[in-house]
Design a protein around this ligand. Structure first.
Ligand SMILES: NC(=O)c1ccc[n+]([C@@H]2O[C@H](COP(=O)([O-])OP(=O)(O)OC[C@H]3O[C@@H](n4cnc5c(N)ncnc54)[C@H](OP(=O)(O)O)[C@@H]3O)[C@@H](O)[C@H]2O)c1
Length: 252
């Protein structure tokens, strides 16, 4: 019987593949037979992901994956990445940042920084890839949003705003691309155990906010694998009748 969840024969670009959800999505997609193009900023961690793709691969298809180090907020690097791409069957936008900031302290620079990577990059990258005709008919595009666009947390206005904008963009994209049967969907994950959340540092969630947030998770916080499984579903033909939707994950 044909496995509708198989990604064999599909080429997938994953951004943010040097860490967390993007890394796990890339590894699982390779395990499901896909050829991966992975990108991230940190060359060492991106290489670690790349090594894991190679580890599980089908030895009959050697060196099928590739990696590209880039800060995607730099337009010329994004263009270089696109120039290097083969035709894609899937595009998974995982690159993103978080940062708690009470509304009254938000500055123009904060808005530009947060929206720069969380909204401008996936939108710009998608549009450029479409213009260069590097997305095959029937391809699947996936964006990482957050459950916080529905259930706010203190200090999350900017982050949630950038992701809510992405959800609206994805729905419109779904409409515009339907003639080519290209699908566009979002995953609205709750809290996932990744470096974005877990390492206590300035850029991560404040401890107090994290504690309050944790109480909202009857199934506990998620693991990157939990989100990666949903990514595989959206990339595969098993979801070929689903577009313009946002999947809530985490049980909140
Ligand atoms: N973790 C959660 O609880 C959670 C929940 C809902 C949604 N999400 C979303 O899921 C996505 C992945 O999050 P994560 O938890 O896996 O975070 P993560 O572990 O911190 O990974 C973030 C990734 O984004 C990349 N990145 C950041 N800025 C970049 C830039 N300017 N150019 C290129 N790449 C850049 C990072 O690259 P380097 O590490 O190489 O710098 C890294 O690979 C994000 O969009 C996040 O908003 C996360």
């Amino acid at each position: 019987m044909m496995d509708k969840f198989s990604l064999t024969g599909k080429t997938i670009l994953v951004t943010g593949a040097s860490s967390g959800i993007g890394r796990q999505a890339a590894i699982l997609a390779a395990e499901h037979g896909a050829t991966l193009v992975i990108t991230g900023r940190d060359p060492v961690r991106l290489q670690e992901t790349f090594n894991q793709l190679e580890k599980d691969h089908d030895t009959s298809v050697v060196n099928r994956h590739s990696s590209f180090v880039a800060d995607l907020t730099t337009e010329s690097r994004m263009d270089d990445l696109i120039a290097s791409l083969p035709t894609l069957d899937g595009l998974v936008h995982c690159a993103g940042i978080v940062g708690p900031l009470p509304a009254k302290f938000i500055t123009r620079a904060d808005i530009d920084r947060m929206f720069g990577i969380n909204y401008n990059v996936p939108v710009n990258l998608t549009s450029k890839i479409l213009r260069k005709k590097k997305l095959s008919d029937g391809a699947s595009i996936l964006f990482m949003s957050t459950i916080a666009t529905r259930n706010p947390y203190f200090g999350g206005a900017l982050y949630s705003g950038s992701k809510a904008a992405l959800e609206a963009y994805s729905k419109t994209l779904a409409l515009e691309l339907v003639a080519k049967r290209i699908r566009s969907n979002c995953i609205m994950a709750g809290l996932v155990d990744t470096p974005m959340i877990v390492n206590p540092s300035e850029k991560n969630m404040q401890e107090e906010a994290l504690e309050r947030y944790l109480k909202r998770y009857p199934l506990g916080i998620g693991q990157p694998e939990d989100v990666a499984q949903a990514v595989i579903f959206f990339l595969s033909d098993a979801s070929k009748w689903i577009t313009g939707t946002s999947l809530i994950m985490g049980g909140e």
